[in-house]
Design a binder for this molecule. Sequence first.
Ligand SMILES: NC(=O)C1=CN([C@@H]2O[C@H](COP(=O)(O)OP(=O)(O)OC[C@H]3O[C@@H](n4cnc5c(N)ncnc54)[C@H](O)[C@@H]3O)[C@@H](O)[C@H]2O)C=CC1
Ligand SMILES: O=C(O)[C@@H]1CCC=N1
Length: 280
Amino acid sequence: MTSTNAPSIAFLGTGSMGGAILSGLVASGATATSPVIATNRTPEKAAALSKLEGVTGVALNENPEGNREAAAGADIILIGVKPGMVPDLLAEIAPALKPGAIVVSLAAGVTIATFESILPDTAIVVRSMPNTPAVVGRAVTGIAPGTRADAAAMAAVRAVFETVGEVLEVAEDRIDALSTISGSGPAYVFALIEALTAAAIEKGFSPEEADLLVQGTFRGATELLAASDQTPTQLRINVTSPKGTTERALAVMSDAGLDQMFIRATDAALARAKELAAGS
Ligand SMILES: NC(=O)C1=CN([C@@H]2O[C@H](COP(=O)(O)OP(=O)(O)OC[C@H]3O[C@@H](n4cnc5c(N)ncnc54)[C@H](O)[C@@H]3O)[C@@H](O)[C@H]2O)C=CC1
Ligand SMILES: O=C(O)[C@@H]1CCC=N1
């Protein structure tokens, strides 16, 4: 532990997801008192990471020992590489880990069993599934304990993710399902925004006008939901005048199978997680 008693953290693989968590941590002020090492491949990205307060960026293309060195000094190591790269990275850092180091997976699909089969018995594994709104402190992160993760380890990992949003602890057998909802979820929301924006442009609005209308509506609706004590169902009903225009639009969405579409979409994501678990 550092002199602040905050755990020292290493990010191995600082791309979209690792970078989102890191920038959320920086924005929270956490890295000012508890410095972080963040590895990635290129010197350009490492230089950009090093500009963040309390962050040392390491370029593996310049320092091939970077992952091992970062892991050796860390209490909590976040594994932020693509799922297919995880086993090689774990094998690389395994000999360097401090006893009791907590290794946190960000990877979709890769199981705790895979992590624990490669890492030493002294390492504690926690599987997580965050999402990119971590950048603005609005992540939703699922965490699941490995076989050696006790309450103290889970509390330490929860504290990291609570810095960038909300945390839900689940058993590992729920984490792939959780990933299909909140891990992938921001992409579903952005896809809906893209589709409604295309509809606005089709109705004759300029792209700038369409962005204002659509993004303002998504922001307004979610902020209304957050501020309201009414359910999403009631808030939808409040917009939908009997025999009015919204009713017609929602009927089209219902006929197009909106509810079933999300079930099929999340089923497809779940099936892909099982493929990733099998290493494909
Ligand atoms: N993008 C997302 O919204 C989410 C991603 N995840 C998971 O996060 C992980 C990373 O995904 P993304 O950030 O989207 O990918 P990404 O491709 O944006 O980031 C991966 C990073 O790893 C670096 N890298 C490659 N080889 C490396 C190595 N040997 N050591 C250290 N760094 C290395 C790359 O330079 C890159 O910066 C994946 O396992 C994914 O399943 C989980 C939840 C959400
Ligand atoms: O698409 C993926 O595989 C990752 C996991 C959840 C969000 N992004």
